[in-house]
Design a binder for this molecule. Sequence first.
Ligand code: HEC
Ligand code: HEC
Ligand code: HEC
Ligand code: HEC
Length: 504
Amino acid sequence: MKPIRDQIKEKPWLGWALFFITIIVVFLLGLLASSVIERRAEAVFAYTPQVTYSQTEPRNDVWGQNFPKEYQSYLQTKDTLFASKYNGGAMIDMLEVDPRLVVLWAGYGFSKDYNQGRGHLYAVEDIHNTLRTGAPMGEEKSPMPNTCWTCKSPDVPRLMKEMGPADFYKGTWEEKGSEVMNAIGCADCHDSKTMNLKITRPALVEAFERMGKDINTATHQEMRSLVCAQCHVEYYFNKKSHPGSPYLTFPWDNGMSVEAMEEYYDAIEFSDWTHKLSKAPMLKAQHPGYEVYLTGVHAKRGVSCADCHMPYKSEGGQKFTDHHIQSPLNNVANSCQVCHREETASLVADVYERQDRIIENRDKLEELVVRAHVEAKLAWELGATEEQMKDILMDIRHSQWRWDYAAASHGGSFHSPVEIGRVISTGIAIAQEGRLKLSRLLASLGHNEEVPYPDITTKSKAQEYIGLPVDLLQQEKNEFLKTVVPKWKEEGAKREATYTTSIQ
Ligand code: HEC
Ligand code: HEC
Ligand code: HEC
Ligand code: HEC
């Protein structure tokens, strides 16, 4: 081939062509460089602090000024439109869906009112609304302690810093009505200086200590689940460890399985309430979501809560963590499909298939435990003695605990279907064992027939059956929401107006 200089001499147009090609290439490279610089500038702009504030700043919109993308996505937890087959953000009255629950919880707050959980932004509003917190007006007190606020708000770490956790838990719920204003948010999970993930609730740190573990040595990937484990766990109010304070405690000393926690509660003879029909000393499982997740295949492979419930999202060339915490079935593309190649429909079907199979047996266990309560009630009426009832009541306690551990570990039938299936089968075996003892006892007391199953086909029939004046409770609640809550909000707003943040 001839040197390029000779070729251009022969064909001058070639020189011009080379000249223009070079100009175009340089122009395109320039465009690319400018776009890269612009994106960098945007990123710097987005993360340049607009305001400074301290760790005790509870207002999410203040943090949101520095981190608008995370804040905007967080606000989407207000969405209540998405409903999957069993879950989602929609408001579902679980007692209406399944009136057996009313009988299972007879004598306890949950028989009054129990809705399926929705987005984090509703946490404070929903605790105002639920009949379980009562209608404290005038001198009247709430049936619940201040401990109930613990998993609802970033005002909680603020108050705990001021008064210490034991004093925070002391007293009844209405006392802190004007203090807890902001729904679950930034200060619950983040360090204000570094934005690193942070554990803000002492109960989790203390539970780790009692198991001989230091939570500060947790890996980054473990932290992406542990921030959730501050709230999505089993817990109880320990009235002995700090006198006068219902101290929030996780019962993990013997382990996190259904049996290990049961052993823990049995050893200290703890019960949440005495059942109204059977008089059994009952346990209420809260929501052992983290404990159940740990037994599943995803946890074993190192997949965290945030991987599925807070996947990455891209907007304007920027990748950030989607703070719209919700059912991943509303966002299969960004969550599951980062790791799985299957179609959306097939992944959703995988979830529903596991849930359907678990729920089939869970319903059966519910029916058996309802029957056991009703049969025990009859045994008492026929003159059974405490001695005769003791073992039977323990069977009722243990079988309902297993049912509740499975039902209340929200998402558990997907997070760990094999473990939840196991827990339900052991529950069924214990319930049947108790009913065998009951039928022998009833026969010895002269009752040799099947005890009729009550008509509890609707929520109101079931509430009537257990003798709950729910209309009255609702009237009082409405009055409370109209008169007391607006005052709390007014007082809280006045206090917050005195907070200082500096604008940079
Ligand atoms: C592999 C993905 C994955 C992981 C990891 C995971 N989840 Fe889930 N989670 C799901 C799916 C799928 C559902 C079922 C959603 C539905 O039925 O709409 C669910 C359901 C839930 C629900 C009930 C949702 C609702 O709409 O009411 C909660 C609460 C929950 N998960 C919390 C957690 C917590 C806390 C962790 C970590 C300890 C965790 N999840 C880990 C996929 C996951
Ligand atoms: C329930 C816990 C939780 C809450 C509440 C929460 N975050 Fe996050 N945030 C996370 C997790 C998990 C990550 C991912 C962190 C990681 O992997 O390093 C994250 C990451 C971030 C990051 C790092 C950049 C990114 O997008 O990955 C910023 C900034 C952030 N969050 C801001 C906020 C703000 C602002 C709020 C309040 C509106 C908030 N977060 C509320 C859990 C939370
Ligand atoms: C400070 C306590 C707290 C922390 C921390 C927390 N949650 Fe929650 N979460 C709640 C409460 C309370 C609700 C129910 C709110 C309601 O129904 O009003 C809830 C509801 C949910 C729901 C149901 C939302 C829906 O649309 O159905 C999911 C899913 C969930 N949380 C997942 C998580 C994950 C994942 C993490 C960690 C990244 C986490 N949560 C951290 C307390 C917490
Ligand atoms: C960060 C990666 C990751 C994400 C996100 C993820 N998975 Fe997985 N998934 C895995 C791994 C790893 C396994 C285990 C497979 C193995 O080891 O062979 C698994 C296993 C499974 C299995 C079979 C195990 C069983 O219990 O039957 C199903 C079904 C499944 N995933 C569905 C989902 C769905 C639905 C989602 C979204 C809600 C999801 N996964 C999100 C990584 C992930």
